[in-house]
Design a protein around this ligand. Structure first.
Ligand code: C2E
Ligand code: CA
Ligand code: CA
Length: 721
């Protein structure tokens, strides 16, 4: 265990703490609602405000915390005061500073989050904290902000306490100036002798206006006599009748606000002085409002948060209402946040919130569920109305947004579920809408889907598949097969395409069609893609020892380009296997090109510039035109097997294939035809000027050993296919 450090100015800190004259037996009851709110807000077993003394800690307000050892060395808060912001211990049992702390060993604390509470001098006196007996994975930024806001409220309460003590101790005006509380003082004649900025703000006058003015000026005419009377009573040593009362203050603009009065008096330089601490009498109400807002609304967008959403859902189910839910998630927002910063990201979210509100005037609730996920509740169970609502949300979000000169294009996905048709409790309704959303998100931009019962079965199957894929990877069940690529001009095997296979213990050798979609959608995609690249390079290095011109083609998946490190990974592998860049060809498909991620294009360019070849796979199957390819750093195209087949059919189809080959050559792209299944087609393609062919006619994909035996001649010559 590590004992908490002491402040470099520990004696100054302890002097500052003494100014609050805290009685450990009484604590500070004004803090009770804040601590209570903290425990509820974060769903924690305990919350407290602790003041850190010389050797011990005083709990001046607490909730859910029983008798415990209060020595400073054991206190988590004593660590929290040594830093700014939120001090976080996600799991104390695995934290070297706390794992053997008796509070941890006794099972009282595993999770801790605390924010220091400072005196106006800047000294950290203690902390507001929440604790839990269970560890927590994280404490989101939003949670941190909320805890900090609660700590600010707690600090206000502490400051009031300090001033009350100071006023009794007759050090009023010196304490008042830096204070965030509203303080005004006057002499025995009622002329203002001092006032701080907080008082001027609360009263609605400037500090200049108030200097040497009669203090009664700031009160409503009807209350002025009471003020005069109070001052007179104080001068005779009696307590004013208005102590703790609410009178009307009158602002310079003539308006009124109620203020609560706390009087004190003392002698300065032989003259009587009267001091007033003023509190906004609306403050309790506004404080309650603030706490309510904090607990139920999202600070960024002002929309109801998850808490309130859940309450509405519970109420709607309890009232047996028929209603529906739309979940919406944004696509492309992470880019905004990463490239343009959080502040702009927050503004985008506020605009989105506004668009949701105007697109859904009939919604009973529009909430921010968290992150970039929003939820709307509609008072209808009509799927047609629901679909129309989702579409109007999506078109509202799709309108380009111009912020600070940036043109932002956001897209969204929507998932919908209906109650009571699809669920009988909030958890199920949200879960089903999430399933529909998940499926919408894999269906391309702007998709909106209504929950269908089979989605649940599919989700279960997907999860099982993912578990199986993890096992497969761990147990080394993936393997590579190789298919020859042949130069049509002379029939030489110049290289191979590496194709993944899964040697399944029960189902035998599986083709990519059986598992690749699941793999690409799983967290494993990047790792398996890296493994394929590494194994293909290793095999290539081995074959190039005898066949120095041999090349290999490897298929890329989108996940490998998502994190931005692919150029380094490729360069690293080439170095490791001692390969020149031009012997490696990476195949990309349309889904990679159409991802429109700027970073992807930059990575591809970097890879091309390093000398590695890039080819565009499955040409002809999608929407990508040759014109689009002009903007991409590809050097090869691979004509899809569907197209190659056409060659054998009609003259018109032959003309299409011929046109593609001619145009590709004009653009300087090398052309490989896939799916060459007969000699006739091979000969025909050769006649059209197609550079290479790949297909069952030349050879099916097979294991590395089989490939070497069939196509690689040990004497160093590559045999003709
Ligand atoms: P692809 O990149 O277009 O690979 C060619 C596919 O066509 C292979 O299927 C191959 O066996 C098949 N093929 C080759 N010649 C012929 C032919 O003459 N006629 C017919 N009908 N088919 C032929 P395979 O191995 O099942 O792979 C399917 C797809 O899976 C590949 O299509 C590729 O997109 C993907 N894939 C395979 N391995 C990997 C990999 O390691 N990573 C990634 N990201 N994708 C891979
Ligand atoms: Ca391929
Ligand atoms: Ca292909």
């Amino acid at each position: 265990m590590r004992c908490p450090d002491r402040s470099p100015d520990e004696s100054g800190r302890l002097r500052a703490l003494a100014e609050y004259q805290i009685n450990p037996a009484q604590g500070l009851p004004a803090l009770a609602p804040i601590v209570d709110m903290a425990a509820r807000l974060f769903d924690c077993s305990g919350a407290a405000v602790n003041m850190i003394g010389d050797t011990s800690v005083t709990l001046i307000a607490s909730q859910g915390i029983g008798q415990c050892d209060l020595s400073r060395d054991l206190s988590f808060c004593a660590h929290a005061i040594n830093q700014d912001g939120v001090f976080l211990v996600a799991d104390a049992t695995t934290d070297a500073r706390f794992h053997d702390n008796p509070l941890v060993r006794g099972g009282f604390i595993r999770f801790y989050a605390g924010v220091p509470l400072r005196a106006p001098s800047g000294h950290a006196l203690g902390a507001l904290c929440v604790v839990d007996e269970q560890p927590r994975k994280g404490f989101a930024i939003m949670d941190r902000q909320r805890l900090i806001q609660l700590a600010e409220m707690a600090a206000d309460k502490l400051e009031l306490r300090r001033l009350e003590v100071a006023s009794v101790a007759r050090r009023f005006s010196a304490s008042a100036i830096p204070s965030p509380s509203a303080i005004i003082s006057c002499d025995g004649d009622g002329q203002v002798t001092g006032c701080n900025a907080a008082a001027a703000e609360l009263l609605g006058w400037s500090m200049m206006d108030l200097s040497a003015a009669p203090i009664e000026m700031v009160f409503a005419p009807a209350d002025r006599a009471q003020i005069r009377d109070s001052i007179a009573r104080l001068l005779t040593g009696a307590m004013p009748m208005t102590e703790g009362d609410v009178l009307m203050a009158q602002r310079r603009d003539g308006g009124f606000n109620p203020v609560e009065l706390h009087w004190s008096s003392w002698t300065e330089d032989g003259r009587s002085q009267v001091g007033l601490i003023l509190r906004n009498a609306n403050a309790d109400q506004s404080e309650r409002d603030a706490l309510y807002r904090l607990a139920n609304f999202d600070a960024v967008t002002g929309l109801p948060n998850r808490n309130l959403l859940w309450r509405h859902l519970e109420e709607s189910f309890a009232a047996r209402r028929a209603f529906s839910m739309i979940l919406i998630t944004l696509e492309g927002f992470a880019d905004v946040n990463n490239t343009l910063g959080r502040t702009l990201g927050d503004r985008v979210l506020r605009h989105v919130a506004q668009r949701l509100r105007s697109a859904l005037p009939h919604a009973t609730l529009i909430a921010r569920k968290g992150g970039v996920k929003f939820a709307a509740l509609l008072p209808s169970r009509d799927p047609i109305l629901l679909g129309a609502a989702a579409r109007s949300i999506q078109s509202a979000i799709a309108v380009p947004l111009v912020l600070d000169g940036h043109d932002l294009h956001l897209a969204s996905f929507a998932g919908m579920a209906i109650a009571p048709d699809h669920a009988s409790c909030p958890d199920d309704l949200v879960g089903n809408a999430e399933l529909a959303l998940g499926q919408a998100a894999s269906g391309g931009r702007e998709t909106a889907l209504l929950f269908l019962p089979q989605m649940r079965a599919q989700a279960i199957a997907r999860r099982q598949m993912e578990t199986e894929l993890h096992h497969a990877f761990e147990l080394g069940q993936f393997t590579l097969h190789f298919q020859p690529q042949v130069r049509l001009r002379d029939g030489h095997v110049t290289g191979a395409e590496a194709l993944i296979r899964w040697q399944h213990p029960v189902h035998g050798l599986l083709m990519p069609a059986a598992f690749l979609t699941s793999l690409d959608n799983s967290v494993l995609a990047e790792a398996v893609g890296g493994w394929v690249l590494d194994r293909a390079c290793a095999q290539l290095a081995q074959w190039r020892r005898f066949h120095s011109a041999f090349t290999i083609s490897v298929n890329l998946s989108l996940a490998q380009l998502r994190r931005g490190h692919l150029p380094e990974i490729v360069a690293g592998l080439l170095r490791e296997h001692d390969l020149p860049p031009e012997c490696l060809e990476l195949e990309i498909t349309e889904n990679i090109i159409l991802d429109r991620h700027e970073d992807i294009l930059a990575q591809l360019e970097q890879i091309r510039d390093s000398g590695v070849k890039l080819s565009f796979d499955d040409f002809g199957t999608g929407f990508a035109s040759l014109n689009l390819l002009r903007n991409y750093p590809v050097s090869h195209i691979k004509i899809d097997k569907g197209f190659t087949c056409l060659v054998g059919t009609s003259a018109a189809d032959r003309a299409i294939v011929k046109g593609v080959i001619t145009m590709a050559r004009d653009l300087g792209l090398e052309v490989t035809a896939e799916g060459v299944e007969s000699q006739t087609i091979a000969v025909y393609l050769q006649g059209l000027g197609c550079d290479k062919g790949q297909g069952f006619f030349f050879g099916k994909p097979c294991s590395a050993d089989c490939f070497a035996e069939l196509y690689l001649n040990p004497t160093g010559l590559i045999a003709s296919a």
